[in-house]
Design a protein around this ligand. Structure first.
Ligand code: AMP
Ligand code: GLY
Length: 427
């Protein structure tokens, strides 16, 4: 098969790596890809969000399958652009992508399906949003309705901060049209869990559970980031809990979309809070997580291309989702200043040495090649993943590998998977 991977982050490098391991792959293309993906396939310049142009490229390459990493092209309807050309694409259509593209719509659908979530309300008027915040009293979360490059959520410490977020989103429009409406939610407490599933329009098959680490600093301190590391599987996600999540959180929305004539095909990601009253949905994402993909795919023993085809052909009941009985830990190495502003072009050393360690994979997230040298080019620069027979071994190995890599001002969390290792998360 000829396969095109769309995107250029750590998630897409992990997807490309997994696809490259398939005996069915003949040629891999990446658009635009990154220096890590360059070692696996041919990188073609282009903008993933220019969905018509991406479809033209896929047509010209005669790609048998295109796999989309990020959400923005999906929300922009890349699936439709491919379908109208008779091209195969792994990812939901525009209707399904609204689960991530409109947080208000997603909450409405969840309410209709009886999916457990926080107390919430949707507002198009900043005054009414303010009144609701005052009435809510306690800690609140303010979310821009639309896509805001991962920056549209404010977990407010108090009412002042929440009101400021409403003003910034709705009046100042810091996220543009995405903030025309906001969702205000009660702030849930508990342990977060990421559950990724393959969906073929009807059936749901879970991938290994994982946990992201959103805050920049150890002990979950400091501002939110795109994710500073992850581990899988999550000990908190017992077989019972996984079955419950599948039946009460994933299957109802998949059934609703199917009944509406817009069956969902691709990866569906439920971001959950494990509260005292059971799992609650924080958000759905319509693609794989980043960095979660960097720990989930290395644990997947099945051929990704077999699974992707089963998703597209509606026959997930006839494939095995085989998982290695191991654990994986990914530590994200970030640029100085991230998640705020950061410099680019800092030379990186030690990536090859780290990558040569057994059981270690170094995924590129924000790197570039300048005059033959590998340099930083983003906030999250690399994801260093290690596999182990236990979570402890995986974490130890990941940090051993991290020790080989360096660039000026590099920072990373030293406590990825630590709470799970301390056994404080069940099992
Ligand atoms: P994002 O992935 O950028 O949409 O950020 C969502 C993050 O905000 C989640 O991972 C949680 O850490 C936090 N969050 C979202 N909704 C809530 C909520 N209702 N209660 C508590 N935390 C939340
Ligand atoms: N790791 C969070 C996300 O992919 O949205």
């Amino acid at each position: 098969m000829k396969v095109l991977v769309v995107g250029n982050g750590g998630r897409e490098h992990a997807l490309a790596w997994k696809i490259a391991a398939s005996p069915r792959l003949r040629q891999l293309y990446c658009l635009p890809g990154n220096p890590g993906m360059e070692e696996l396939g041919e990188c073609i310049p282009g903008d993933p969000e220019d969905v018509e142009a991406v479809a033209r490229v896929a047509g010209r390459l005669k790609a048998d399958l295109t796999v989309v990493g990020p959400e923005a092209p999906l929300v922009k309807g890349i699936a439709g652009a491919f379908a109208s050309r008779g091209l195969r694409l792994f990812g939901p259509d525009r209707a399904g992508a609204r689960l991530e593209g409109s947080k208000a719509w997603a909450r409405e659908l969840m309410a209709r399906c009886g999916v457990p979530g926080p107390v919430h309300a949707v507002f198009a008027d900043p005054g009414e949003a303010g009144e609701y915040l005052r009435a809510l009293g306690g800690p609140a979360v303010v979310k821009a309705d639309g896509l805001a490059a991962g920056k549209g959520v404010t977990v407010a410490g108090g009412p002042e901060e929440a009101l400021a977020a409403v003003r910034a989103m709705m009046v100042e429009r810091v996220h543009g049209e995405a903030g025309r409406r906001v969702v205000i939610e009660e702030r849930l407490e508990g342990e977060e869990l990421s559950v990724l599933a393959l969906v073929d329009g009807e059936r749901v098959r879970l991938l290994p559970s994982s946990q992201d680490h959103k805050r920049v600093a150890d002990g979950d301190q400091g501002p939110n980031t795109g994710g500073m590391g992850a581990y899988a599987p999550a000990p908190a996600c017992t077989a019972d809990l996984a079955a419950r999540i599948q039946a009460s959180i994933l299957e109802p929305v998949v059934a609703a979309l199917r009944e509406e004539g817009t069956p969902y095909r691709g990866i569906l990601y439920a971001g959950l809070m494990l509260t005292r009253d059971g799992p609650r949905v924080l958000e759905y994402n319509v693609r794989s997580g980043d960095p979660e993909t960097q720990v989930v795919l290395p644990l997947l023993a099945s051929d990704f291309l077999d699974l992707a085809e089963a998703v597209l052909d509606g026959r997930l009941d006839r494939v095995d989702v085989r998982v290695r009985p191991q654990a994986a830990v990914c530590v994200v190495l970030a640029s100085p200043g991230y998640p705020g502003g950061y410099p680019r072009g800092l030379p990186i050393t030690g990536v090859d040495r780290a990558g040569r360690m057994p059981g270690v994979l170094v995924f590129h997230a924000g790197t570039a090649r300048e005059e033959g040298r590998l340099v930083t080019a983003g906030g999250r620069v690399l994801g260093v993943t290690a596999l182990g027979d236990t979570l402890e071994q995986a974490a130890e190995r990941a940090y051993e590998a991290v020790a080989h890599v360096s660039f000026n001002g590099m920072h990373y969390r030293r406590d990825i998977a630590r709470r799970a290792l301390a056994g404080r998360l069940g099992r």
